[in-house]
Design a protein around this ligand. Structure first.
Ligand SMILES: Nc1ncnc2c1ncn2[C@@H]1O[C@H](COP(=O)(O)OP(=O)(O)OP(=O)(O)O)[C@@H](O)[C@H]1O
Ligand SMILES: [Mg+2]
Length: 456
């Protein structure tokens, strides 16, 4: 291991003088030091933040250091907690031994030299880094087996994973459909990454982001002088992707001229760059994606029908998240882990109530919205797990969670009243007497509501 940069150190001791001296020495060494003069404050900090090293006094008035260590070891996994150094009183070797048995990595017997402390800190930090690296490598490998980061074990997702596996072995055109945020791009990458061409380029084109006037040259390239501003020749993305995969995102937004040219590439595997007479051959797998109903668009003449059939060779439809809520817990876990690791926070997960709330919501933005919600919650939460408050107040904010229009009781009551009346009137074909009877109301009461909501 090379020179160790400083680590995040938590120093807990009830003597302010010790905190000050040792804190300064550790900071001078480049460590990022947090201090606590009470065991309970130390525990709170450990729950809220991730530290690399914990240096803690054995005897403190409010709680013994050994109890803090016990608790920490009991509630965290090996590679995920700080290295622990116990400071013990002069002549109390038993205490040091006890601490080591419980999971401390080293000890310092008071009084000790500052240099001794620095050396110990450096040593346990290096060992700690090695342990974390191991865990990190291991989890990265697990993620590989986890189908290239595609989380989800619902029936549909298992079927999709199998399909990805099969289609990766072919060069067939794939059409990915699904609402926004359902994972189309993720699947496109997974297919490429599992194919034999994974070492060749995967070129992405967001068709919606490129203006109509430029898309043709962007896809197929142009020669010098092909149009005003074409001061030099340019390779198109198809040529760049040669041998590999081209991912045509938001394919429904392509204009008719480009659609025709694309159809030709799919049929003949050839094209001419803008302004060129020369035909170029390409060997490219095409993966297209859209959140629109292409079949419908083709039927209405808004998308070229032949092209639709050429793209629709192997369709993969990603269902909206609300239709596979079985996947929700695994996805939530995945994102909590991802963001708490990135932010250096220790968050164990989502409490049961918050999970129930998440399951009630209808997720119009699908997995992307879930990912954003969890990220916000992880950033803003101060506790060890995500609660309904952290997930909702800070998360999807004003989003209704139950199909109700708001979180305000009054608004919801009024909404239910209005909807019930509308419904009853529909049933009774507008005959007020019948509607009142259906609702168990007197005609007078119904008149009151009709006036209140201005319903004719
Ligand atoms: N099954 C999944 N497991 C893990 N992460 C997922 C999954 N599905 C989607 N995501 C994540 O959600 C986010 C949105 O996914 P992606 O960009 O693939 O959606 P999309 O269908 O292409 O959306 P859009 O139509 O808006 O472009 C990404 O960060 C992606 O990594
Ligand atoms: Mg996308």
């Amino acid at each position: 291991m090379t020179m160790t940069p400083g680590g995040r150190v938590l120093l807990v001791d009830d003597e302010e003088k010790i905190l000050k001296t040792l804190g300064r020495a550790l900071r001078d060494e480049g460590h990022d030091v947090t201090t606590a003069s009470r065991a309970l404050d130390g525990e709170r900090l450990l729950a809220e933040q991730a530290f690399d090293v914990l240096i803690i006094d054995y005897r403190m008035p409010d709680r013994s250091g050994i109890d803090v260590v016990k608790e920490l070891v009991a509630t965290t996994a090996d590679g995920e907690r700080p290295a622990i150094v116990m400071m013990t009183a002069h002549g109390s070797v038993e205490n040091a031994v006890e601490a080591m048995k419980l999971g401390a990595h080293d000890y310092l017997q008071k009084p000790f030299e500052v240099d001794e402390l620095l050396l110990t800190a450096r040593r346990v930090l290096a060992a700690q880094r090695a342990r974390t690296e191991l865990t990190y490598l291991r989890s990265e490998r697990d993620a590989d087996f986890d189908h290239y980061g595609i989380v989800g074990r619902s029936r549909v997702m298992i079927d999709i994973s199998k399909r990805i596996e099969l289609v990766a072995q072919s060069r067939s055109t794939v059409l990915l459909t699904g609402e926004t945020g359902t994972g189309k791009e993720l699947v496109a990458r997974a297919i490429h990454d599992r194919s034999q061409q994974r070492h060749l380029p995967l070129i992405k084109v967001n068709c919606a982001a490129i203006p109509d006037t430029l898309i043709e040259s962007e896809l197929f390239g142009h020669v010098r002088g092909a149009f005003t501003g074409a001061v030099s020749a340019k390779k198109g993305r198809f040529a760049l992707a040669d041998g590999g995969t081209i991912f045509l995102d938001e394919i429904a937004t392509l204009g008719p001229a480009v659609q025709a040219k694309l159809l030709r590439v799919l049929q003949e595997r050839e094209f001419e760059p803008l302004g060129s007479e020369r035909t170029e051959k390409v060997d490219v797998r095409v993966i297209a994606a859209t959140n629109r109903d292409l079949r419908q668009m083709a039927a209405e003449g808004r998308f070229q029908e032949d092209l639709y059939y050429r793209l629709h060779v192997i369709p993969i439809e990603l269902p909206p998240l609300r239709q596979r809520l079985d996947d929700l817990p695994a996805l939530v876990d995945h994102f909590v882990q991802k963001f708490s690791q990135r932010l250096g926070k220790r968050i164990t997960g989502v409490d049961a109530e918050a999970m129930a709330e998440l399951k009630r919501y209808h997720w119009p933005g699908n997995v992307r919205e879930l990912e954003n919600t969890i990220e916000r919650a992880v950033v803003l939460t101060t506790g060890p797990s995500l609660t309904p408050e952290s997930v909702w107040v800070m998360g999807a904010a004003s989003a209704p969670t139950t199909g109700l229009p708001s979180l305000r009781l009054h608004q919801n009551v009024e909404w239910v009243e209005r909807e019930t009346i509308r419904h009853a009137l529909e049933r009774s074909r507008g005959v007020k007497k019948d509607a009142a009877e259906l609702m168990g109301l007197s005609q007078r009461a119904l008149s009151h509501y009709l006036a209140k909501y201005r319903i004719d």
